[in-house]
Design a protein around this ligand. Sequence first.
Ligand code: NAD
Ligand code: ZN
Ligand code: ZN
Length: 364
Amino acid sequence: MRTRAAVLRAGDAPFTLEDVELAEPGPGEVLVRVAAAGMCHTDLSGRRPRPAGAELLPAILGHEGAGVVESTGSGVTRVRPGDHVVLSFDSCGWCRQCLAGAPSYCEEFRERNLTGRRVDGSTGAVAADGTELSSRWFAQSSFAHHCVATERSVVTVDPDLPLDVLAPLGCGVQTGAGSILIGLGVTAGASVAVFGSGAVGLSAVLAARLAGAARIVAVDLHAKRRELALELGATHALDGADPDLVAQLQEITGGGLDHAFDTTGVPSVMRSAVEALGPRGALGLAAGADVLLELPPPLLAGRTVTFLLEGDAVPQTFIPQLIEHWQQGRFPFDRMIRPYAFDAINDAEQDSRSGETIKPVLVI
Ligand SMILES: NC(=O)c1ccc[n+]([C@@H]2O[C@H](COP(=O)([O-])OP(=O)(O)OC[C@H]3O[C@@H](n4cnc5c(N)ncnc54)[C@H](O)[C@@H]3O)[C@@H](O)[C@H]2O)c1
Ligand SMILES: [Zn+2]
Ligand SMILES: [Zn+2]
């Protein structure tokens, strides 16, 4: 079928809205009319060069889609046309990690979410000029009026709820909240520092408040973002450029953090996070660093460092929980959202990069 999509043709090019031809949904797949799509920092990483043979561009990106199911491929039983869905990451369902309830560590996670292709190698998307486009970015490529997702990656939601609010739940919000509630298992009375107050970090702050953490320290370079973190439930906010950061964190927590969560991907910040941990403290990392990490001696005494993917969440159970918390006023993640018209996608990217907008949502 023909649809309109935002295509990224080169790492340094703007997104261009183009007519594209999408393959019909195959076995286990669903065609979704996209109503809205959040922009996550990981979409922007699609601009980075990749090794020869693993090129992603030209591509349709977008992995925080929400919309309405239009049709389903063979074998699909869990969703039907007309269902409202939030799109999340894909997993195989049958590997050891999936069977253990940890689909974000699926043995096929990379193939299914980051290559822009189905596992059989096809992309299912062609531009009007005949160029094959990477699609299936996180099994969706939702910067488009329509996309084909997998049955396993969609989460059905109440049709009365606004899809342009729910869209970011599929990645950024789930990642921040899940890392705190599931990955790090923050409990009442604990101390937590969240490094970076973007969409992932602020979702973590909201979740730490939900968990009843006693000390919630937000760290960011932007004063405006630190202010919002305080409004959303942080008990303290510190400037990431402060040379006394570690000492301040130790003072606030009376000896060291129980939990730290890094969303900056900045090696020096990760190092400070380790230094500020108390005994048996745990640091969760959400952003990959391109360099080898040197971890300082305080890692002794039972401390741990873990890379968390998608907050360790199972989208089909966790996203409905977050929606429930939001409806009951305990999880106001919508405060981070700024809507953009679809054809303003390049402005959305610019505002996300400058720090002006925390979570752009394209209304399609
Ligand atoms: N692990 C996962 O499953 C997963 C999922 C979604 C996103 N991510 C990654 O998480 C990261 C965060 O995503 P986001 O959408 O919140 O991005 P973002 O850019 O909005 O947030 C990052 C924040 O870190 C702050 N920061 C940068 N350097 C800093 C420093 N030295 N000290 C303190 N703060 C600093 C920035 O000011 C910004 O507010 C990205 O790298 C993204 O790719 C990972
Ligand atoms: Zn799997
Ligand atoms: Zn993401």
